[in-house]
Design a protein around this ligand. Structure first.
Ligand SMILES: Cc1cc2nc3c(=O)[nH]c(=O)nc-3n(C[C@H](O)[C@H](O)[C@H](O)COP(=O)(O)OP(=O)(O)OC[C@H]3O[C@@H](n4cnc5c(N)ncnc54)[C@H](O)[C@@H]3O)c2cc1C
Length: 392
């Protein structure tokens, strides 16, 4: 899936470079994907078993010399010959043991440009969109009834302006909001929060060396101790065109449980842009983990946050949701999978994994629906005093 997505990202870049049919606001110099590599680092001398297994699996699949180990001189030479930076944290490495794997196939997707591009492509194909806080907001599903008066089939959606939009097939793809809109997802999908800090570089004219060091041409996407629980789970990206460097924390994925109309608690997204209740801080734990990393690894910045299936019991309805904090990278190919499900062509193995499932006896990997008594509920964790972004 990843390689399919990368091919699709590259072809979107190629399409933009032709300059034919550019979306408003984008030029042929814009890119929606930078192939800057993705570096996964651990603070140890030896690679963790997960990394070793990943390298082995990639080589078995024929992707030889795409996973480069930072301590292997041959690999360092390969990365140099490809013009990719395998040691962006070289200075920090002199003070502590760090080892990592640079995945040459990885990179960073430019989300705002990619969304604009995807929207433009969809509109060119005749897709109609309704962007409006009321007329574009889903309120409820609309059903046809059986002769005895029970619900028969989903026949469309009603928006907040009370208008009915009919559809032979309804696809609910409302991201973290989906479980609160479709309670039958209880226990299967839950909105959890990642914490994101944005560090703004000083203007390029005053700090050209920082703009250069952190540019996508010179700096990879990185992950740090992703499998080490609350004290790890950090990731980040090169700077964007506006000089912002994004650092994310998902060592703990927080929840925001709120009582719903049926009396049950469900976690719902809250951001600084939410209607009603807003959140402008991130949890202290997230802030201090990010600050600790910046102090140790990027001190120059210190001075300056899936399920895709028909819904059983709801004829005419499918969901496409559950990106689990890292699904944006599949943007250019997800529609293809949606079409496969729509056309009942579920031959690709991954679609079997995304099928509706019932909760069994086994202990789930992610504990869901702990509600407001859970230790990860935002109402139970101290928040940082800094203004920062918290996105669910
Ligand atoms: C903090 C954070 C960091 C992340 N970092 C990364 C990353 O580095 N890399 C990566 O690949 N992925 C990342 N992700 C994951 C990625 O953002 C998601 O997997 C992806 O956006 C999911 O896409 P989606 O279309 O399912 O949902 P979304 O992108 O959330 O889109 C859902 C849309 O539905 C709309 N909506 C909601 N309710 C209604 C309603 N009632 N009526 C009408 N519209 C509605 C919303 O406004 C929204 O536009 C991150 C996620 C978070 C929260």
């Amino acid at each position: 899936m990843t390689f399919e997505a990368i091919d699709a990202w590259n072809s979107w870049n190629d399409e933009l470079a032709t300059g034919n049919s550019l979306p408003p606001g984008l030029s042929r110099e814009d890119k929606v994907f930078h192939k800057c590599g993705s570096l996964n680092i651990a603070d140890s001398k030896e690679l963790p078993p997960w990394e070793l297994a990943t390298i082995r699996a990639m080589e078995e699949q024929g992707h030889i010399d795409t996973q480069l180990v930072t301590t292997n001189p041959r690999h360092v030479a390969i990365s140099k010959s490809r013009g990719q930076n395998i040691s962006p944290f070289e200075q920090a490495g002199k003070e502590r043991p760090i080892v990592g794997v640079l995945d040459l196939s990885g990179g960073v997707a430019v989300a705002d440009k990619a969304c604009r591009f995807a929207l433009h492509k969809a509109q060119q194909l005749g897709v109609k969109v309704v962007f409006d806080a009321v007329a574009g907001a889903f309120e409820s599903l609309e059903y046809s009834l059986t002769p005895s008066g029970s619900l028969h089939k989903v026949i469309g959606v009603r928006t907040k302006d009370k208008k009915l939009h009919r559809g032979e097939q309804v696809i609910l793809a409302c991201g973290g909001w989906t479980p609160s809109l479709l309670p039958t997802l209880d226990g299967l999908c839950e909105a959890t929060a990642g914490s994101v800090a944005l560090i703004k570089l000083p203007p390029k004219s005053s700090s050209p060396e920082l703009w250069d060091r952190f540019s996508p041409e010179n700096f990879p996407t990185w992950m740090y101790r992703m499998r080490d629980g609350a004290s790890g789970g950090l990731y980040g990206f090169p700077r964007d065109d506006n000089g912002f460097i994004k650092i994310g924390y998902r060592g703990t994925k927080y929840t925001n449980p709120k009582a719903q109309r049926d009396g049950k608690e469900r976690s719902i997204p809250v951001t600084r842009w939410s209607d009603g209740e807003k959140l402008t801080q991130i949890p202290k734990q997230a802030m201090s983990t990010i600050q600790g990393f910046v102090h140790d690894f990027m001190p120059e910045l210190e001075l300056l946050g899936i399920a895709m299936t028909r819904v059983p019991g709801f004829e005419g309805l499918m969901v496409a949701t559950g990106g689990s904090g890292h699904a944006f990278k599949y943007l250019p190919i997800l529609g293809d999978f949606v079409v496969d499900v729509l056309e009942d062509n579920e031959t690709r193995p991954v679609l079997k994994r995304w099928k509706w499932r019932t909760r069994g006896e086994e202990k789930p990997v992610n504990v869901l629906m702990e509600g407001s008594i859970g230790t990860r509920a935002l109402s139970n964790v101290p928040l940082s005093s800094h203004g920062a972004k918290c996105m669910l």
